[in-house]
Design a protein around this ligand. Sequence first.
Ligand code: COA
Length: 161
Amino acid sequence: MSSSMSTGSIVELQRNSSKWSTIVESITKLERKIFPKHESLSKSFEDELRKKNCGLLYVEFDGDVAGYVMYSWPSSLSASISKLAVKENFRRRGYGEALLKAAIEKSRTRHVQRISLHVDPLRNPAVNLYKKLGFKVDNLIEGYYSSDRNAYRMYLDFHPQ
Ligand SMILES: CC(C)(COP(=O)(O)OP(=O)(O)OC[C@H]1O[C@@H](n2cnc3c(N)ncnc32)[C@H](O)[C@@H]1OP(=O)(O)O)[C@@H](O)C(=O)NCCC(=O)NCCS
């Protein structure tokens, strides 16, 4: 966990958690607020989350969600980060980095070789954070999010050859 993250703790959302619906509701709201429609999982968030190979970690702060990371491991070889976001008034406190590190550790324990993700190159804070933790840009995919919004495909290899 980042040393600058002095309060708030990272929690893994369990399928049978009594908090499930409260947490999903909070995150759906944040999705709607933070991401443009075509990039938002607000409608499908819960469906995604119920998938077998999908996990969610969130930062709990005073009983509320300050940030979250969603990840999945579609095969035994690779994992992907499908969402990472921190609530606006909680940014720059190390939560994003702590969440990403925790998701990387979760993936590492599943013995995948690679973690990949897509990010809009215009999202500077996110691109910087991914690079800080060792992700490399694979390629640029034009029109990924919408006709005029591209994506970097980025990856982190655990066992580079
Ligand atoms: C990206 C995001 C999750 C970062 O969360 P955060 O909690 O503010 O990040 P941290 O405080 O842990 O910062 C970690 C690193 O991220 C990068 N970073 C974060 N905010 C930044 C900013 N405003 N400008 C430039 N770099 C930034 C830096 O590399 C920083 O490391 P440093 O402190 O050593 O400079 C947050 O800005 C966010 O939710 N953005 C909107 C959603 C988004 O773009 N999600 C990713 C696409 S799915």
